[in-house]
Structure formats: structure tokens, C-alpha cells
Design a protein around this ligand. Structure first.
Ligand code: PHE
Length: 345
């Protein structure tokens, strides 16, 4: 076999070396440098082509042909590598930055009203429908509004430190019931008045049926000729709206310093249909609120003529209504903020 010209050998060796170098390049910027190095004016291929004139004709043809082949092959390889690296970097960028706009969105989780808020709103709406107007009073109260104006004397057990949270070093306390709002409403707007007052109240108490904070809804209707029959009518209607038309009710004599006569209102046990169960302690009845005719002593405190006006008042625990309505056995569940509990309502 004819020996190859040294320049041809040189070209082939260079081609091998260049191909290898190209193979190991992974940066687009590096390709431009390689192009200069391989095929530029000072590159070996150009050098050899420039010197072709000095060779004999047959050698010139042989070397020139190989030089052209090497040049073309390297040009092609450079171009292919460039395309490959461009596609690669594009798909990397896509994988990193893009998102699929056709994917379904994540639904935002919707909040819902707390069962106590729901119950309070439901109860409030019933009284608003009967022409009662809603009042708000402060949760930090004075002894006067919480006790004295409500005819609760200094020695009354409700004033005991066991029941009332007093604010340190001050004459203020956390209201133990919503009844002080009766006083504030009558002071502000006088009588006749038909008002409710929903809101948080506080007592030093903690067990299955008591939390230190809970909610009450107060009611007061004062006008000429208001009687106990009005009290029974309004409260019976209320119970039927909340617990159903057939719910039995009864009024038991009781005592509150700010009403006379006073009563506890009971409803037939909604859990056992009055058959007797653990919740109603086998009695078939559940106590749901205190009520009574406004004591004349209360009217005196707010300057209302007790000879001309009479009225009835009531106060109910909203947690208790919610527990009976929703069948919840432990009041503390309302305030633990466990979503597994809250999401059921
Ligand atoms: N304030 C009383 C309580 O908290 C409830 C009540 C209100 C009773 C109005 C009679 C009239 O127990």
C-alpha cells in the first residue's frame, strides 16, 4: 500500500484530536473558541491549505482533498454540537422555569363560620324578625353595671371571687353575663324598648359543660302592659323556631335579683324525646334559659317609671343551644380549634 503523505497523516491526527476535544465540550461559549482553533487563520488546516502551492501536483491533489474533507467534517461536527447544546439548554430552562398551564388549579380551601357564630346568628335573626334591636356592650364592665344596677346586692354569691374575674388593681371586671347591656340600652334609648344583646361573657368555671369564656344572648322587652304572657309567647316561639314546632316547653319558678317573678325555661329533651337519657339526667327536660319580669328596682336605677312600664327579660347560653342543636357532648370542643371538629359544621 502506498505510504500516505506526512501532511495527510498530520491532518488525520489533527482531525482525531479535534473530534475528541469537541466531544468533551459541554458549553456553547467553548464552541466558538474551538472553531477558531480548528478552522481559523492560524489553525493547522488553513496552514496546510496555504502551503499546498509548494507541493507537487499529485501530492497537492491528495493532501488538498483530505484537507477539504477534514475541514468540512469539523465544520459539520461543530454545527451539530452547537445544535445539540442549544436544545439541551432550552429544555433545561423549560424544565426549571415553566409550568403547565393546562393543569387543573388547586382549589383554595374555604373557611366556614364557627358553630357558635352560626348559632348566635341564627338566634339573633329570630329576634330581629320579631322587632328586637341588637345592642353591644363592653366585655370589661364595672361593678355598677354588672351587679349593682341589676339589683345584685354586695353579699350575693355571684360576686364571689370564685365566679367573677376581677381586673387587677382596678374597679373593672369581666362581665359575668350580658344583663348589664339591659342597663346600658335603657340608659341610652329609654323605654319602650325591645332589645337583644349577644356576646362573650366570663366566669371562673371549667368542666365538661363550662368554659371560662362563653356566649350569651340577652333579651329585654319593656313597654306599657307587658305581661308574663308576652314572655311565654315570645320565648315559646323562639324555641319552636330553633328546635322544631312540636318541642314541649315549661317554665319553672326560679330566682334572679333583677327579675320578679323569675323562671327557668325548659324544653323537652331533644336527644331522647323525653324518654330519659344521660344528658337530661333521666328527667326528660333540659334547662335552656333564665327569664322573668323586670324587677322594679332595676327600672329605678335607669329612671324608668315602674308604675307605668313593665317588661320581661331573658338570658340564654349560646354554647348550650349549639350543643343541644348539634348534638355536641363537650363544650370545650368549641374552643380547642381542632379543624377536624370545626369542619363538620
Ligand atoms: N343573667 C342571667 C344569667 O346569666 C340570665 C337572665 C337574664 C335571667 C335575664 C333572667 C333575665 O344566668
Amino acid at each position: 500500500m502506498e505510504r500516505e503523505h506526512p501532511l495527510v497523516l498530520k491532518l488525520k491526527a489533527f482531525q482525531k484530536e479535534a473530534s475528541l476535544e469537541l466531544e468533551h465540550t459541554e458549553q456553547i461559549q467553548g464552541l466558538q473558541e474551538l472553531k477558531v482553533k480548528f478552522l481559523g487563520k492560524k489553525g493547522p488546516v488553513t496552514e496546510i491549505m496555504k502551503g499546498l502551492g509548494k507541493l507537487d501536483v499529485p501530492e497537492r491533489a491528495a493532501v488538498g482533498q483530505v484537507a477539504n474533507q477534514v475541514k468540512e467534517q469539523l465544520q459539520q461536527a461543530l454545527q451539530q454540537k452547537l445544535e445539540k447544546l442549544e436544545i439541551q439548554s432550552l429544555s433545561e430552562a423549560l424544565a426549571k422555569d415553566s409550568f403547565d398551564v393546562t393543569l387543573p388549579g388547586l382549589p383554595p380551601t374555604r373557611g366556614s363560620k364557627h358553630p357558635i357564630t352560626q348559632t348566635l346568628a341564627e338566634v339573633e335573626l329570630i329576634f330581629l324578625g320579631l322587632g328586637f334591636k341588637s345592642y353591644q356592650g363592653p366585655q370589661i364592665e364595672t361593678d355598677y353595671y354588672n351587679f349593682e344596677a341589676l339589683n345584685i346586692p354586695a353579699h350575693h354569691p355571684a360576686r364571689d371571687m370564685q365566679d367573677t374575674f376581677y381586673l387587677e388593681n382596678s374597679q373593672y371586671l369581666l362581665r359575668t353575663h350580658t344583663s348589664p347591656v339591659q342597663i346600658r340600652a335603657m340608659e341610652k334609648d329609654g323605654v319602650p324598648i325591645r332589645m337583644i344583646a349577644p356576646g362573650a361573657v366570663y366566669r371562673h368555671d371549667h368542666d365538661v359543660t363550662h368554659t371560662p369564656m362563653f356566649h350569651q344572648l340577652e333579651g329585654l322587652w319593656v313597654d306599657e302592659n307587658i305581661t308574663f304572657a308576652h314572655l311565654k309567647g315570645v320565648l315559646t316561639l323562639f324555641v319552636q323556631r330553633v328546635f322544631g314546632d312540636q318541642t314541649p316547653v315549661r317554665f319553672r319558678p326560679s330566682f334572679f335579683p333583677f327579675t320578679e317573678p323569675s323562671a327557668e325555661m325548659d324544653i323537652g329533651c331533644v336527644l331522647c324525646q323525653q324518654q330519659g337519657c344521660r344528658v337530661c339526667k333521666q328527667s326528660g327536660w333540659l334547662e335552656i334559659m333564665g327569664c322573668g319580669m323586670v324587677d322594679p328596682a332595676v327600672f329605678t336605677h335607669v329612671g324608668v317609671d315602674a308604675e307605668r312600664y313593665t317588661g320581661f327579660a331573658f338570658g340564654m347560653g349560646i354554647e348550650r343551644i349549639a350543643m343541644l342543636k348539634l348534638g355536641i357532648p363537650d363544650i370545650r370542643l368549641f374552643f380547642e380549634n381542632d379543624l377536624r371538629f370545626l369542619q363538620q359544621f
